[in-house]
Design a protein around this ligand. Structure first.
Ligand code: IFM
Length: 441
């Protein structure tokens, strides 16, 4: 590609990210399935149902990913399928996942396997979920079974997806199961998840010599709505502390920060071979003395910024560069394990994709060790409490008929992956403002 302008490094991973409950269908044995059956829990009464039917027909989407020229895919395995009752492993489920990973390898796609992505077996939820005193033993016992069964096909493991989002949505906002509103519980859940990550890291390395183990964190920026206002700055700092820094400092420095605790978190040190960044958007934060339960903060989107569909936030691609630079301080490889926008008519996604990838490229020029980018997501899927209302797919899905229609961004992303670069023509077509800045005339 001689006239390409943003080249990516050789062997860069171009992938898509997915999660078991959002795509497999009929995950009847987890807490999400039970939650979906309760009235009023999911927007428009949506249910995961057959989802993208990936459990029965994984090759449909694997073929599409391969045809796009992708060389990587992040997918999760479903604890509730594998460990159907405490200590009772369904080997047929593990065989099914083995077949999936093999099918990906046959298509030249390297799997990254996430071991926990928001869904818990009902038996675990009934025993208090991540607040159960035995959770670390439970999690490592399950992880060991998965690594023994799937280790032949991958050494790239993501222990837990977004502990902060799981805890915030389930234990503060109350919109994910178990629907609690108790910040003390939320921080106890994150703490347990990080401890379980560390224990899983050690267990995986004991089982697989060349394992590469990481964690995916949803890094959201919180900027003061009025940058000069001290109270807004303080409120933004508190939000950042709770959502980002408590987790980041625990895994970087082995140090618990309030409100998660205070003091050394030694078992967490050196438990990352790489770090996973899930980046989507940012919030502006206003101090509000009446919002006591929310730590005196109100969040809003920048009224000047381009809004994303479904009230998902603002388009803020610069955050990708900021996040990567922030994480570079860890001195370990980084994967962008998720990034994308909900956009049914695809009128924003191609441009958003180019703008975000340009920020990844900028970070690479600054020697940030980014190894790959996994777009969220391949096919529209079940978006948790938002049901089917936020279509994040490069490919449109009709969940009733299972018909798939690639959006223009699927072609664009495929062309970028195949060329390992962004070309001026792509900018002309979708992000002319960037073209003008970079290549005047
Ligand atoms: O769909 C989710 C995913 O499960 C976790 N990260 C954010 C995505 C989009 O909201």
């Amino acid at each position: 590609m001689p006239d390409a302008i943003f080249h990516f490094p050789p062997n860069f991973r171009w992938g898509v990210a997915t999660a078991a409950h959002q795509i497999e269908g009929n995950n009847t044995n987890n807490q999400w399935w039970a939650w979906e059956q309760q009235e009023g829990r999911i927007k428009q009464g949506g249910k995961s149902g057959l989802a993208c039917d990936v459990w029965q027909h994984p090759e449909v989407d694997f073929d599409r990913a391969a045809a796009m020229g992708l060389n990587a895919m992040r997918l999760s395995v479903e604890w509730s399928r594998i460990e159907v009752a405490p200590g009772r492993i369904d080997t047929a489920a593990l065989d099914r996942y083995r077949a999936m990973l093999k099918a990906l390898r046959e298509r030249g796609i390297e799997p990254m396997v996430t071991l926990h992505h928001f869904s818990d077996p009902i038996w675990l939820a009934d025993e208090g979920g991540w607040l159960n005193v035995n959770i670390i033993q439970y999690f490592t016992r399950y992880v060991e079974q998965v690594v023994r069964a799937l280790g032949e096909y991958t050494n790239l493991w993501c222990t837990i997806n977004e502990p902060n989002v799981y805890a915030y949505q389930g234990y503060m906002a109350g919109v994910f199961p178990p629907g609690k509103q108790d910040s003390r519980m939320a921080f106890a859940v994150i703490r347990a998840m990080l401890q379980a990550h560390a224990a899983a890291y050690r267990r995986i390395h004991r089982l697989q010599e060349n394992a590469q183990v990481g964690l995916a964190h949803n890094l959201r920026f919180f900027d003061p709505a009025r940058p000069r206002n001290l109270l807004d700055r303080l409120a933004a700092w508190v939000r950042d502390l709770g959502f980002n820094q408590t987790t980041l400092r625990a895994v970087w420095d082995g140090w618990w920060l309030p409100p998660m605790g205070f003091g050394p978190a030694l078992p967490l040190r050196h438990t990352l071979d790489w770090f996973g960044l899930n980046y989507y958007t940012r919030d502006l934060v206003h101090f509000d003395r009446s919002a006591r339960a929310d730590f005196f903060a109100q969040t809003m989107h920048d009224p000047q910024a381009e809004p994303l569909d479904g009230n998902y936030g603002e388009l803020y691609p610069q955050g990708m560069f900021r996040a990567l630079k922030h994480l570079a301080r860890m001195g370990i490889p980084i994967y962008v394990t998720e990034n994308g926008i909900p956009d049914a008519d695809d009128d924003q996604r191609p441009r958003a994709l180019l703008l975000h990838l340009r920020e990844v490229w900028r970070a690479l020029q600054d020697n940030v060790p980014v190894q790959g980018y996994y777009h969220w997501t391949l096919t529209d899927n079940f978006e948790w409490a938002e049901g089917w209302t936020l279509p994040f797919g490069l490919i449109e899905l009709d969940p009733q008929t299972q018909a798939r229609i690639p959006r223009p961004s699927a072609d664009l992303y495929g062309a970028i992956a195949q060329g390992n670069a962004i070309t001026p023509e792509m900018l002309d077509a979708y992000a002319p403002e960037l073209r003008k800045v970079l290549l005047p005339g």
